[in-house]
Design a protein around this ligand. Structure first.
Ligand code: GLA
Length: 376
């Protein structure tokens, strides 16, 4: 399976943890379809850990928990497919999953075939309880091969949290995405922490295998499995903008059955999604700029039609003022070129004076521009 742009969808873990069952998954599929999420690009519905029984069957196959999934996984896959979505599941490279259910170690080929028979299109593959002797890269290559030979196109989503220098070998496996961070929680500190963990890993992101900064917490407001304190809408907007800008997969983690308008607006911003899905998948450039405030990130990215994306992210709880000189983007005045900016949250269009973009930002807020080159 070759995935050319960052995968998008929904995953059960952030909100539901072990409290997953057929009815909730069907309702989620209904809600995703009713909200028009597949049309925006959110195509995968993924069930995370805790879906199986604690024992395999007599033939060594994984068995769906009949209390949670009374009609089996094939029925779930069929329902999800009937809503225009693709279906994802979860397993682990170890003996056990992170929550203590059977992992796929030494069962890789039989499990890949089982997933294919059920109609699975995506496999998230975790790293708990893995062998202390066999290197992780062997385990991910093994499951990757099993999936590539199972008779169905199944996206392989590696989840080894960047451990054991994952970035150095992940592209030798058939993964289309790999977790480049530890687990997210629904707090502003967790979001900031993951952004920092990501910084040195930008060069490893690219077409075919994407750095996965973990599922989104947008719209959780502290409810659910990784709920904790929760964030406000400005923080969610900035969180979403950064994940999109960095080319991370965009996997929704909130309860899509009860979206409010603000969450809808954030997850549904097509211009921001367009930057995320830009087919060049070019690496973001960290800009120096000059700024006042406590913690500000400035980034740019070249896009497929010659445009630039420019992101200003205020991570602090105070106001900030950002200045970006066009020299850093390759556009000094001597080129005779400048930029026309469109801010993608407000829609405001503006020019650039004296080759400098200046913006004030409220606490936690961001500005994301799509910039077109124009003559001076
Ligand atoms: C790990 C992963 C999470 C989630 C849980 C499930 O912590 O990183 O994303 O899949 O396991 O137990």
């Amino acid at each position: 399976m070759i995935k050319l742009t960052p995968p998008m969808g929904w995953n059960s873990w952030n909100t539901f943890g072990e409290k997953i069952h057929e009815k909730m998954i069907f309702e989620t599929a209904d809600a995703m379809a009713a909200e028009g999420l597949p049309q925006k690009g959110y195509e995968y519905l993924v069930i995370d850990d805790c879906w199986s029984l604690k024992e395999r069957d007599a033939l060594g196959r994984l068995v769906a928990d009949p209390e949670k999934f009374p009609n089996g996984m094939k029925a779930v896959a069929d329902y999800v497919h009937s809503k225009g979505l693709k279906f994802g599941m979860y397993s682990c490279a170890g003996n056990l999953t992170c929550a203590g259910y059977p992992g796929s170690f030494e069962h890789e080929f039989v499990d890949a075939r089982t997933f294919a028979e059920w109609g699975v299109d995506f496999l998230k593959y975790d790293y708990c309880y893995h062998s202390p002797i066999i290197p992780g890269k062997y385990l991910y290559r093994r499951m990757g091969l099993a999936l590539e030979n199972c008779g169905r196109d199944i996206l392989f989503s590696a989840c080894s949290w960047g451990a054991d220098e994952t970035h150095e070998w992940i592209k030798t496996t058939s993964s289309s995405m790999w977790r480049s961070t530890l687990d997210i929680f629904d707090t502003w500190d967790s979001i900031k922490d993951l952004v920092k963990q990501q910084e040195k890993l930008h060069p490893y992101n690219g077409v075919g295998c994407f750095n996965d900064m973990d599922m989104l917490v947008v719209g959780m407001y502290g409810k659910g499995n990784v709920g904790l304190k929760g964030c406000n809408d400005v923080q969610y907007k900035t969180h979403f903008s950064i994940w999109a800008f960095m080319g991370s997969p965009l996997m929704i983690g909130c309860d899509v059955r009860n979206l409010n308008d603000e969450t809808r607006k954030i997850l549904g911003n097509e211009e921001i999604i367009r930057i995320n899905q830009d087919r060049t998948c070019r690496q973001p450039v960290k800009l120096h700029g000059t700024w006042t405030g406590d913690e500000l990130l400035l980034y740019a990215r070249q896009l497929e039609n010659g445009d630039l994306a420019i992101g200003m992210f205020n991570l602090s709880d105070g106001k900030a003022c950002a200045r970006v000189n066009l020299d850093e983007l390759g556009l000094p005045l001597s080129t005779g070129m400048t930029l026309e900016l469109k801010e993608l949250w407000t829609g405001e269009v503006s020019g650039v004076k004296n080759a400098t973009i200046i913006r004030e930002l409220e606490p936690y807020d961001c500005a994301v521009f799509r910039a077109k080159l124009v003559e001076l």
